[in-house]
Design a protein around this ligand. Sequence first.
Ligand code: XLS
Ligand code: CA
Ligand code: CA
Length: 441
Amino acid sequence: MSEIFKGLPKVEYKGPQSRDPLAFKYYDAGKAVLGKPMKEHLKFAMAWWHNLGAAGTDMFGPGTADKRFGAAEAGTMEHAHAKVEAGFEFMGKLGIDYYCFHDVDLVPEAADINETNRRIDEIADHLAEKQAESGRKLLWGTANMFSNPRFMNGAGSSNSAEVFCFAAAQVKKALDVTVKLGGRGYVFWGGREGYETLLNTDVAFEQGNIAALMKMAVSYGRGIGFDGDFYIEPKPKEPMKHQYDFDAATSAGFLKKYGLDKDFKLNIEANHATLAGHTFQHDLRVAAVEGLFGSVDANQGDMLLGWDTDEFPFNAYETTFAMYEILKAGGFTNGGLNFDSKSRRPSYTYEDMFKSFILGMDSFALGLVKAAAIIEDGRIDAFVKERYASYETTEYGRAIRSGTATLAGLAEVAGGLGAPALPGSGRQEELESIVNQILFG
Ligand code: XLS
Ligand code: CA
Ligand code: CA
């Protein structure tokens, strides 16, 4: 197959002073940070759907980008194969080791699911060849159970048992392909697993059915040798008004309620966390605290827009705080940083695809370096430790922590303390100054 991204180079690291728009300024794959190469900390992945699929279609008009990659017509098997060639050339030129897909990003969906599955097998063989030839890998796979009209009321949460069967069939096939391609993760993003009105919805019934679908996936997946992680990817709204996997905390509660937390972790997406009214950092922290930190969909939203804009990460504060959480959580094992991000509609050229990833990868490399610097600096950690010191330095504090304290005993302590002491300054502004000093100093 001939070169698709003609004239676009293999992107190299040229350092922060470089003016070359097609070079990395911060991402230096082999450079060690906290004793490990950047590349291993970051484990970048390309989202098949946005990078090779999204051509810029929005509610007000058609696509602006030509993503046929040399195929005569979009939406054909010729196009599906061209996307494989384009995807691997792109990853090669950017130095990205992983990719993620939905079943129907890979192939055009046919009316009959048996034909769709045949097409998926054909493309999976092509992907396997390209993986073997390049050493690039699948990070995770998933099934799109939200686009086809049959999923209008959800997949696992559909009111129709027939639709549930189609969901099961798609999950089974997507797991087969994920295992065939050596993927280390399988994602359930809720899609339309939610509701518009309680007037027509049995919430307990629907949630029980989603859990049943997930249990079947675990049992089938483990049976065919999948030993990676299943993930729930939380999202609060869009497309449904109320989504069952609202945020990390809600999803953690769901997984624990249904006994799925041994097999599942969370895939935290930045833009979904902010749509839930949290920061990206908050949802990462909750995932880690719950023992469910797994993988990340890297992107960012727009504070002034209330929808899922999936922009390439640009905000260095956000990437720094995200990497701070990821480092503190022990880094990635099966997961990675999947750019579930798309270039803006007016950025429609092949060159823009390259520049979008350069921005995202540089933003995270910068975030990694700065997060490591915050940890090495130690002032923030030291302050957090000091802030809770009274639980170590007093007998009653230690009793509270060890679970031996009683209300009566603590009431007696309070009685002897007289006027309540103020808990010590939170020093937020000082800490924010430290972060700025580390970022820009
Ligand atoms: C949509 C989600 C989706 C998942 C995979 O908002 O981000 O793309 O990552 O189904
Ligand atoms: Ca996502
Ligand atoms: Ca999204």
